[in-house]
Design a binder for this molecule. Structure first.
Ligand code: SF4
Length: 108
């Protein structure tokens, strides 16, 4: 029987493998119809609604601000009221806060 730490480690490995396969597929998106890469759950990515120091979704290359493009985060694009609202993530399911954070964070 698995211990909680072993299950957590297994989930982490699955999350990284899924994220890496999704990242690897990103350059293909323009060429392959509308196939979206698989996303991991917030639980697997250990998402939290608050930053980890300076690390936060709004500064992550995977963050998609509302109505925006991925890779611009809230710092690279035009600042405005919409930049403080939840956006999407290329590798984690559901809406994410610009001030959120997860273990798949990659700085812009
Ligand atoms: S990968 Fe994690 S830190 Fe980056 S935008 Fe997605 S949820 Fe936020």
């Amino acid at each position: 029987m698995s211990t909680p730490s072993k299950v957590s480690r297994r989930n982490w490995i699955k999350a990284v493998a899924t994220a890496v396969s999704g990242i690897a597929a990103l350059p293909l998106l323009g060429r392959t119809a509308r196939a979206a890469p698989a996303k991991v759950t917030k639980a697997i990515a250990h998402y939290q609604d608050h930053p980890d120091g300076p690390k936060m979704c709004g500064r992550c290359r995977f963050f998609i601000p509302p109505g925006g493009e991925a890779g611009h985060g809230m710092m690279g694009g035009a600042m405005g009221p919409g930049m403080m609202h939840e956006g999407l993530c290329q590798v984690v399911q559901g809406h994410v806060s610009p001030r959120g954070y997860c273990l798949l964070y990659q700085p812009i």
